[in-house]
Design a protein around this ligand. Structure first.
Ligand code: GUN
Length: 295
């Protein structure tokens, strides 16, 4: 068996930093021209530790590029009706260019109802049905942020997708489903989508030129499931606690990086791969939403 001597570790942290710098310069330019500074609002319900960390990172990112931001926190006992009232208010607040509702939400609140209430032109997560569907239009509005981040990583590393066989493992509304559509329509790839009902997963993953995994099961993809020279993109993020981790917890991807990497041409690590790109995409979408509303 021939094994690759080297592989390229895709540095999402570096690409995300490049994008942030590009955005920062565009914000400076807008300011100099007397134009509106982008304003992102973040709605957080409850006190889930992982959500808090994600939201803190989003606030930090806003500060680093010069965006205005508003943090709106609500107790996990808030009623669906009250939350909807707040969303209605943000929808109609002319100063807010884009906003997100951090997920997960408490069980008594319907994610579908809340998501569909967000004005599509302010939906900078790209979660609404309209933005999801607009992926296959000629002029997408605001793209689902995680998938947009993956497409940017592939583009900025000059990884060809046209005519390639991309296998997406996971068909979630947030990642796998929109990513499959983007790879098909923007990337011109031939796409196989696998999910929990797929039989003989390895027979599909082994056929992938580009393997993209968004399941949330650490270690799901092992070396025997990957073709020599494949590009592997790990979108899974699972927070695992244990005394073996210096911080008492760690964020793990779906791919057994150590054993899979030597077989790859390109691979994303976790953390430091796709994760930072989701925030970069959120900022790109917020800038785009601002430019559309206030050219
Ligand atoms: N929860 C986990 N990831 C995300 C995300 O990208 N956006 C929102 N709103 N919630 C999340």
């Amino acid at each position: 068996m021939v094994t690759s001597a080297t592989y390229t570790r895709i540095d999402g942290k570096k690409i995300s930093a490049d994008i942030k710098e590009e955005i920062r310069l565009r914000v400076e330019e807008r300011k100099a021209q007397g134009k509106k500074v982008p304003h992102l609002a973040i709605i957080l319900v409850g006190d889930d530790g992982a959500s808090q960390t994600y939201v803190d990172n989003k606030v930090k990112a806003c500060k680093s590029v010069g965006f205005h931001y508003t943090m709106m926190r609500f107790a996990d006992t808030i009623s669906e009706e009250k939350l909807m009232k707040h969303i209605d208010h943000v929808n109609n607040d002319d100063d807010v260019d884009g906003f997100i509702v951090q997920l997960p939400l408490p069980e008594h609140i319907s994610v579908e109802k809340i998501t569909e209430m967000i004005r599509p032109d302010k939906d900078v997560d790209g979660f609404t049905n309209q933005n999801f569907g607009s992926i296959i239009s000629k002029n997408p509005l605001l793209m689902p942020a995680t998938s947009y981040g993956v497409m940017e990583l592939l583009r900025r590393y000059n990884i060809e997708t046209e005519g390639k066989h991309a296998v997406v493992v996971g068909a979630s509304r947030i990642a796998g489903a929109p990513l499959s559509m983007m790879l098909t329509h923007m990337g011109r790839a031939t796409v196989t989508i696998c999910h929990k009902y797929t039989k003989d997963l390895a027979s599909h993953t082994r056929a992938a030129d580009i393997l993209l995994v968004a399941v949330g099961k650490p270690g799901l993809i092992t070396a025997d499931m990957v073709k020599e020279g494949a590009v592997v993109i790990d979108i899974g993020t699972t927070r695992v606690e244990g005394p073996q981790y210096p911080k008492g917890w760690a964020i793990l991807g779906d791919v057994d990086f150590k054993n899979v990497a030597p077989k790859c041409s390109y691979i994303t690590p976790t953390p430091g791969g796709v994760g930072p790109m989701t925030i970069a995409s959120l900022l790109l979408n917020t800038l785009r939403a601002t430019e559309l509303r206030n050219p």
